[in-house]
Ligand binder design. Structure first.
Ligand code: GLN
Length: 304
């Protein structure tokens, strides 16, 4: 398959979707991002990389980091994690409070904000320095030693993170957060601020396309069983309240972030990342979603 040609065609065919969505504006630093940007990278399990657009430009991965902390927490404590977080799609927005009250402080899944706060709470508990542990994981798995937090973005989000603090305090009132809430939200906002390119994200996610082993260096990241679980969770919960239409149109496990990134995997084949900052009403990249729909159409690659 000529991935380079396919990516070029996608880049051309998605031009018409610019100007419809809106850049995330509830995090002041993200509101400054130039909306008119696009990058897309395919990384195959054989180690080939194909890119178009600004694939060397780092951007804020935001909620894509929820996959990282979920995979880390699952690897560190196993299925016990599910005593604190569910496995069902939420059908509501990523920062909703309503369900939490009805469900006694147990978030529906690890990919809404409340669920990612639970994974982060576990990482704080189980690692000497959570900031360092998360950064090391990302650097090692994506083979990019200079990936870092974007401290401008994390400070900016921390100034406007009252809703996330509310979610964390609320869960704590049910006994489902063990550590200090202010510290927890600080670590959470830092991992959301991780700044990466589409190429780095595609490399990072390759272990999920390869039964838990990073094909770029042969190192096991999670067990085969856990890789399957992470992918299942992305398929059913990775795109908030767009998850059904995304599965219908694209047909691959994926995770989005309000920085405009989406990364997905076709197990056994590849990972694919796209970035374009304008978002649809659910907080997913609008052009990025269209690009992945076209990718699925042009390649016929799907898990179904
Ligand atoms: N840091 C963002 C928040 O907590 C992440 C949201 C997202 O990317 N959907 O609101």
């Amino acid at each position: 398959m000529d991935f380079q040609k396919i990516l070029e065609q996608i880049q051309e065919d998605t031009q018409k979707y610019f100007g419809i969505g809106e850049v995330a504006n509830y995090i002041p630093e993200l509101a400054k991002v130039n909306p008119n940007q696009f990058a897309m990278t395919v990384a195959t399990v054989d180690g080939d990389i194909y890119s178009v657009g600004a694939s060397q430009q780092r951007f804020s991965i935001q909620s894509i980091s929820k996959v990282i902390v979920f995979a880390m927490a699952l690897e560190q404590i196993g299925e016990r994690l599910f005593q604190r977080v569910g496995k069902e799609p939420s059908g509501s927005s990523f920062n909703s409070l309503i369900q939490l009250e009805q469900e006694q402080g147990i978030p529906r899944n690890p990919f809404i904000n409340a669920g990612a706060l639970v994974s982060t709470d576990e990482i704080i508990k189980n690692n000497k320095d959570a900031y360092e542990a998360i950064l090391n994981f990302v650097r090692e798995v994506s083979l990019s030693a200079d990936i870092d937090y974007d401290f401008k973005v994390s400070s900016s989000e921390l100034e406007t993170a009252d809703r996330n603090r509310a979610l964390a305090f609320f869960m704590k009132s049910f006994g489902n957060i063990q550590g200090d809430v202010m510290m927890l939200v600080d670590v959470y906002c830092h991992h959301c601020s991780l700044s990466m390119t589409t190429e780095e994200l595609s490399k990072l996610f390759l272990f999920l396309a390869n039964k838990g082993v990073n094909p770029l260096n042969g190192q096991r990241v999670v067990s085969e069983y856990q890789a399957k679980r992470v992918n299942a969770m992305m398929l059913t919960c990775g795109l908030y309240d767009n998850v059904g239409s995304f599965a219908y149109e694209v047909g691959m496990p994926a995770k989005s972030g309000v920085g405009g990134g989406i990364t997905g995997v076709i197990p056994g084949h590849l990972s694919v990342s796209v970035w374009s900052p304008e978002l649809n009403a659910s907080g997913n990249s609008l052009v990025g979603t269209k690009a992945l729909e076209l990718f699925s159409e042009l390649t016929d690659l799907t898990i179904f």
